[in-house]
Write a protein that binds this ligand. Structure first.
Ligand SMILES: Nc1ncnc2c1ncn2[C@@H]1O[C@H](COP(=O)(O)OP(=O)(O)O)[C@@H](O)[C@H]1O
Ligand SMILES: [Mg+2]
Length: 432
């Protein structure tokens, strides 16, 4: 798997107090085909599937309703008290909010590097503390899934879970702090000082592919199920790490090709076969990867109601451009300013098309995706391409793109635009 390697699980300092051994933007939209339709316009229904023992062996089951305070039996996670996390985040101060997802607000906090004891601002190491809505059964299920999966894995392209807190109805998770936030924040923000270069985009795509390939090839295959730009976090050097394992699911067993679940995930990123049937394949994640790769190439969100009809869905709009080399420039993020190797960009479009195949069997596996990306990342711009770019730069008023980015809406914000903002902010997800 190229640069993709797992690390041993015991990655915490030995002085850390652990619990006893052994035990789970953004613009998420609920897609749920179940009959439990609710009134939320962004959610097409919601359904809860009780897991009798969601934390695995020795874990405290929490299938029905919100359980009392408890302790999770997992090898290398620190159990924090609520008071400690209040101290670490200065009582969850609003100005320490790092982000919000479908089921939690994430705060920046500080803890001692060795003991993980809470500390004052700028003392010790920064952490991200996710606090889920205390009354949300969904929040509890996602929390359990994160502990179950992230608590078990250690990999350079998965965000590190350091500990958790479970007190009364409060469920919190403590992660390593990712300095550059989410890919979503950087990719789509218009005022970003330094847009991603081609090399950085490739690095992020490779890192994310590596994380997903690891999950797919680990002994018990794991389907991530919510692959999207908001769930890819970036460290200081723009290394990509997958976070938010709230919807992750163990892959099929007993020779089955898929698992059957209620349809949960995010509109735009969820694979068509999964949305249509509830059959979830490893290759359903590959579809989501193709969507994110397209977002990385174009700098556009997969769904944006601010764009005109016909361009709202990036995948539909981009398809004809993806298969035509001559139209490639129309697709590319203008912020790249033509500083990319056209051959490499075209090969990326072919990879995207493969990942977005309607038939999941025709999509490549994540290891193949990773290998292809690594090969493409070695393709450099040729001297004559630099010259062409220089010539273009000299032509006055040369704005070649018809990318949806350049669509301007006259006057004030439309109700459609507001709806889009709501969708982006609320991040409803559909759960099983
Ligand atoms: N470890 C982290 N470091 C920095 N920012 C983070 C971290 N974890 C989450 N965030 C921010 O919070 C947002 C929501 O986090 P996420 O785990 O996806 O929550 P949810 O489960 O509610 O969707 C992310 O998109 C990111 O902006
Ligand atoms: Mg999220």
């Amino acid at each position: 798997m190229g640069t993709c390697w797992p690390k041993p699980i015991d990655n915490l300092p030995s002085t850390t107090k652990f619990s006893s051994p052994d035990p789970v933007n953004d613009d998420s939209k609920t897609i749920n085909n179940s009959n439990h339709a609710n009134n939320n316009t962004h959610q097409i229904g919601r359904h809860s599937e009780a897991d009798p023992n969601p934390l695995g062996e020795g874990g405290a089951g929490a299938g029905n309703g919100v359980p009392p305070s408890g302790k999770i039996i997992t090898r290398n996670l620190k159990m924090f008290t609520l008071a400690q996390l209040k101290y670490a985040t200065r009582n969850f101060r609003p100005d320490s909010v790092l982000g919000e997802g479908g089921f939690g607000t994430v705060y920046k906090g500080w803890i001692d590097e060795k003991t993980y004891a809470p500390s004052k601002v700028d003392v010790g190491m920064p952490v991200a503390v996710k606090k889920s809505n205390p009354d949300s059964e969904q929040g509890l299920k996602e929390w359990q899934a994160e502990v179950k999966f992230l608590g078990k894995f250690s990999h350079p392209n998965l965000v590190k879970l350091l500990g958790y807190c479970w007190e009364d109805k409060h469920f919190l998770l403590v992660y390593e702090y990712m300095q550059k936030g989410s890919l979503e924040t950087h990719l789509f923000r218009k005022d970003v000082a330094e847009p991603f270069s081609w090399d950085t985009r490739m690095k992020i795509a490779i890192g994310a592919a590596c994380g997903l390939a690891f999950l797919h090839t680990t002994e018990k295959q794991v389907i991530y199920r919510d692959f999207k730009a908001a769930n890819i976090l970036l460290d200081r050097e723009f290394n990509a790490k997958l976070s938010d394992f709230g919807l992750a699911k163990l892959g099929p067993a007993d020779g089955m090709s898929h698992v059957t679940t209620n349809v949960v995930g995010t509109y735009g990123y969820a694979a068509p076969e999964y949305v249509a049937t509830g059959h979830l394949y490893l290759k359903s994640d590959v579809y989501g990867f193709g969507v994110v790769l397209l977002e990385i190439l174009t700098g556009q969100r997969v769904l944006d109601l601010n764009r005109p009809n016909g361009q709202i869905n990036l995948v539909d709009w981009a398809r004809p451009f993806l298969s035509d080399k001559k139209k490639l420039r129309k697709l590319m993020d203008p912020r790249l300013e033509d500083k990319y190797p056209p051959k490499g960009a075209f090969e990326i479009t072919q990879l995207i098309l493969n990942c977005l195949e309607a038939d999941q069997k025709s999509r490549p596996g994540m290891e193949e995706v990773l290998e292809t990306l690594e090969r493409i990342s070695t393709i450099q711009m040729k001297p004559k391409e630099f010259k062409t770019k220089a010539r273009r730069d000299q032509q006055p008023g040369n704005h070649h793109h018809r990318s949806p980015r350049h669509v301007h809406h006259g006057g004030g914000r439309t109700s459609r635009a507001r709806l889009c903002d709501n969708l982006t902010a609320a991040r409803p997800r559909f759960i099983d």
